[in-house]
Design a protein around this ligand. Structure first.
Ligand SMILES: [Zn+2]
Length: 65
């Protein structure tokens, strides 16, 4: 499995693998950054990793508020 992340420009939808043409969507993976998690997508067919520029808030690990 290559761990090179490919940047992809999001169009109407992101469902078809730009590398191999697999049409049934992606697995997810998350990479912790300083203030967010980057959401990456892994093709189940060719195992390419894609970044469409999506980030999410990290889960709150502290309970002090
Ligand atoms: Zn693929």
């Amino acid at each position: 499995m290559a761990d090179k992340v490919m940047r992809v420009q999001m169009a109407e939808e992101f469902k078809i693998c730009p590398t191999c043409g697999y049409e049934d969507g992606f697995h997810s993976m998350f990479v912790r950054r300083e203030d967010c998690l980057q959401w990456h997508f892994i093709c189940p067919s060719c195992h390419g990793i894609f970044d469409i520029g999506l980030t999410v808030s990290p889960p709150d690990r502290s309970n002090d508020h």
